[in-house]
Design a protein around this ligand. Structure first.
Ligand code: PRP
Ligand code: MG
Length: 177
């Protein structure tokens, strides 16, 4: 349980980035140290005894939460990046967007067989980003402990796409209001 109302630190912005979309803006939470700290503490408490050896997240917003969480769990932090950013040998996973496709990459030596990886992102929408992270971890031989989010949009099929994984979110929005 949280003593802090985390949702009070999420700003909703109508029609961004396009008409009909309500954007859930995490920047007020990041600007409030007590709320930001509480969000990391809640995630850390949930996974503290899960034997997590690495915390992986996709740039950019996933990094913000995954890095402090990795330190808190005494685990490695693994950056999953957009194409062409990682300097060493890497593996790519392509995933579908509403129109077209996108790709995410992970260094080939980032996780090893037997690693227990916790995946983190700020937001669960369609689940494409998180699914790509999970596939990259599994292709490297790791076990995915769970998929953790700050905000979940429950009216989108993200959780369904991540069926089979332990999915957890700190806040849920059930519609665009
Ligand atoms: C946003 C958000 C999640 C993803 C969620 O990232 O930070 O990573 O979308 O959507 P999905 O569940 O449909 O995949 P975005 O790609 O906009 O980039 P950013 O993190 O670099 O801002
Ligand atoms: Mg993102």
């Amino acid at each position: 349980m949280s003593a802090i109302d985390l949702k009070a630190h999420i700003r909703s912005i109508k029609d961004f980035p396009k008409p009909g979309i309500m954007f859930r803006d995490i920047t007020p939470l990041l600007a409030a140290p007590a709320a930001f700290r509480e969000s990391i503490r809640l995630l850390a408490d949930r996974y503290r005894d899960a034997g997590v050896t690495a915390v992986a997240a996709a740039e950019a917003r996933g990094f913000i939460f995954a890095a402090p969480l990795a330190i808190e769990l005494d685990a490695a932090f693994i950056p999953v990046r957009k194409p062409g950013k990682l300097p060493f040998d890497r593996r790519a996973f392509q995933y579908d967007l509403e129109y077209g496709s996108d790709s995410l990459e992970m260094h080939v030596d980032a996780v090893k067989t037997g690693d227990r990886v916790l995946l983190v992102d700020d937001l669960l929408a369609t689940g494409g980003t998180m699914q790509a992270c999970a596939k990259l971890a599994e292709l490297a031989g790791a076990h995915v402990v769970g998929c953790a989010f700050i905000v979940e949009l429950t009216f989108l099929p993200g959780r369904k796409k991540l069926e089979g994984y332990d999915v957890f979110s700190l806040m849920q929005y059930h519609d665009e209001n």
